[in-house]
Design a protein around this ligand. Sequence first.
Ligand code: T4K
Length: 370
Amino acid sequence: MTDRPIHVTEPFLPPLEDFVPYLEAIWERKWLTNNGAFHQEFERALADYLGVEHLSLFTNGTIALVTALQALDITGEVITTPYSFVATAHSLVWNNLTPVFVDIDAETMNLDPDRIEAAIGPEATAILPVHCYGVPSEVGRIGEIASAQGLKVIYDAAHAFGVGFRGESLLRHGDLSVLSFHATKVFNTFEGGAIVCPDAETKQHIDYLKNFGFADEVTVVEAGINGKMNEVQAAMGLLQLRHIDEAIERRSAVHRRYHDALGGMEGLVLPSEPAETRYNHAYFPIRVTESFSVSRDGLYAHLKDRGIFGRRYFYPLISTMPMYRGLPSAAAHNLPVATRVASEVICLPMYPTLTADVQDRVIDAIREAR
Ligand code: T4K
């Protein structure tokens, strides 16, 4: 195989020469981190772009998740999904909280709201749903359940950059939403993240928590962590904002092309566009069912042999990992849908610079496997 490997994603990088002036400004100012000029500018510009009032930038999404749980003083048990990246559940463990896994809906691959109430015990204080692949969770139902039961809701919105739902930002739902700007995400600052919050007071609290708890030079108000985004990351964010709409539009074209080529193929279930949503096309997860000619792992290996590195996001389920599998909620019979979906899914290459030629290699390889 002489062709370049085709990965599940490639980071979107604006022209290098456009980044140089930002680097020159940082060199000139000698102000590298701790709420620098680019940090302040990016925080404002990002809130504007996303259509939210307040957000706090972070060095990565995982530290933002850990901090979000602290900001709301979450204790005891937290209802969450086993069908996510490990950071979702790990953020609970880092706060000494116990995940209670609830099954997902086969259509949205998000927490099934019909199953949430039965999982809420006396120790539960919050729900941590994921907008998996950028598809909106059932925010209305989850909000109703949470207010009836006195629970907080923190959305893991790592995949949901720029997603709009029913005419407004999806990030306006819940008590807090947490974004990731990792290199593999729709919008990247190399590493990075943010907490979206509803008011200035909560933002102030979160800003203390991400900066060791410093309120001023000599006053430490709480035991914070170092979660700050640096100036190079913030500069990258400002530059990326200039390209993000075009990048999402290109993702949408890749999505349509996969549908045109693979739609109707016996045994494959393709992702549908979520209703009432300005979708970001973060991923292209297909499900390889029993009626396809080879198994999911057979197709995964077939693609890999041809230099195409699809990823089985999210397999294995978090609930099967050694640190979680002993929990009562982790039993496979409690999570039948997630267990099945995790055994069927492959995310195909999806990124804005995926050319038609390269996408055709992926499509041809799948056709060949039939
Ligand atoms: N919550 C959810 C629901 C998440 O999905 C994530 C992260 C988080 C929370 C935590 O947010 P962060 O703390 O990461 O901000 C990747 C990412 O590392 C991770 O950010 C992401 N989710 C997860 C779904 O995917 P891996 O272990 O699959 O990454 P890796 O290194 O295998 O990269 C995947 C492919 O991307 C590579 O095969 C090639 C390509 N790639 C990767 C990198 C890092 C590049 O082309 N360039 C690059 O720089 O976890």
